[in-house]
Design a protein around this ligand. Structure first.
Ligand code: SAM
Ligand code: CA
Length: 219
């Protein structure tokens, strides 16, 4: 027995999936449709999607932000957890990726909750701030280009209400954050992790879920 997080081998990971994941049929179908995509590894895992959906429900979130949509799995997971009048402000720059997911949003009956903005996420976030949306959002998920993570975090901190939650993906970066910065992406994630550790504006938890998921609750 150890108090450390277990290293999951394939058998134990399979057990976790088999004993917890409850995907909507459209989520399973979207996962299947993304399986052979050259960048399929960018998609979050089903257990992470389910965890984020649970957070959204626990918070009673209604207005959410997603930065980095890809083929739309995380947006679908969150949209399914939202009430009928809930919203995902979904930011991406790729029509090619996001068009793969749209039919599955429709199939699941949640397309009306997902407001996809195809332009650099910083432009969309700055537009919302300029439109007076400060403090209006309950939940945000940051999962796009790593070099802009700090800028996304600062915008989200402005847009999220006190008590709202910012979640940040890939904060362990395949373990590379614990070594020397081998790339600009690694350095950007390391710098953000360092900053958040002492950021008095938030309550913090860095979870070894997937590739590392930070939860930052705005104070
Ligand atoms: N959350 C997604 C999922 O679960 O399937 C995965 C997102 S993927 C890791 C990163 C996405 O960020 C890509 O779809 C890419 O097009 C998008 N992206 C890259 N640079 C961006 C930018 N400047 N603004 C908005 N999106 C960007
Ligand atoms: Ca990711």
């Amino acid at each position: 027995m150890s108090d450390r997080t277990l290293n999951l081998d394939d058998k134990l990971y399979r057990y976790v999936l088999d004993h917890s994941v409850r995907e909507h049929p459209s989520q399973a179908a979207l996962r299947e449709a993304t399986r052979n995509h050259p960048h399929s590894g960018m998609q979050i895992s089903p257990e992470q999607g389910q965890f984020m959906a649970l957070l959204v429900k626990l918070m009673g979130a209604r207005k959410t932000i997603e930065i980095g949509v890809f083929t739309g799995y995380s947006a679908l997971a969150v949209a399914l957890a939202l009430p009928e009048d809930g919203q995902v402000l979904a930011c991406d720059i790729s029509d090619e990726y996001t068009r793969i997911g749209k039919p599955f949003w429709t199939q699941a009956g949640v397309a009306h909750k997902i407001d996809l903005r195809l332009q650099p996420a910083l432009t969309t976030l700055d537009q919302r701030i300029a439109e007076g949306a400060k403090g209006q959002y309950d939940f945000a998920f940051i999962d796009a280009d790593k070099g802009s993570y700090d800028a996304y975090y600062e915008r989200c901190l402005t847009l999220v209400r006190a008590g709202g939650l910012i979640t940040i993906d890939n904060v362990l970066w395949s373990g590379k954050v614990a070594g020397p910065a081998d790339s600009e992406d690694t350095a950007a994630i390391q710098a953000l992790n360092d900053k958040l550790h002492h950021d008095e504006r938030i309550d913090l938890s860095l979870l070894p879920v997937g590739d590392g998921l930070t939860l930052a609750r705005k104070r």
